[in-house]
Design a protein around this ligand. Sequence first.
Ligand code: 13P
Length: 256
Amino acid sequence: MEKERKLIVAGNWKMNKTVAEALDLVKGLKLELNNLKDIDVVVCPPFTALSEVSKEVIDGDIRLGCQNMSEHSGGAYTGEISAIMLKEFLVRYVILGHSERRQYQEESDELINTKTKAALAASLKPIVCVGETLEQREADETEAIIGKQVRGCLAGLENSQMEEVILAYEPVWAIGTGKTATAEQAQAVHAFIRSVLVELFDEATAKRVRIQYGGSVKPNNARELLGQPDIDGALVGGAALEVRSFSDIVKNCLDD
Ligand code: 13P
């Protein structure tokens, strides 16, 4: 698949997998996915499995990410995990502002902005998630909501910092529901996000930023979605939990 930007497919394992299960999965992925020159493949296990999964991926092409981090660098924040602790396990990516955290932990765009800056300061690549609910889409508010989230989460970043950020468009109504946005619906929002990036940064920066789509990505729809001009990868939930489905998603995006 000829693309302007290098594709990035990441698996968000959410609150799934014991250490033993995580090792089974990553070992299976290592057998299926190697020589990944044209695509970045990232797995984001739960914190408890990072240490062991890290040892498995250290010598291969699969990269390690995690699902959240504290905006603070250390201190009296019970239950939190800082960027420097994550870097001990060679974590390179951190998912920030996932809609489940926005919903259940009430994370705001402002907090996600602070976390994004903390991640960048520690040389972690943030995967910043945005997305509208079904009610918002039906009320024709998609662009207003996405525009607000993008502006809020990225406020105050330098152009050079923005190039390290990955955005993920995840319509809330498509997450875990089996209802994927059509390729046209997703492309329209991705193009809109890129137009906001031109306004906030500049044309050249906006062209370099990778925007993933997430929400019921499966082996049978990944290729069409990632074939769209402004869709530069996928953030995969359910289908990232099995070797077969995740490796098929990656392979289906590569084969010509
Ligand atoms: P599903 O692929 O299970 O819909 O989840 C998407 C997601 O939330 C990835 O972050």
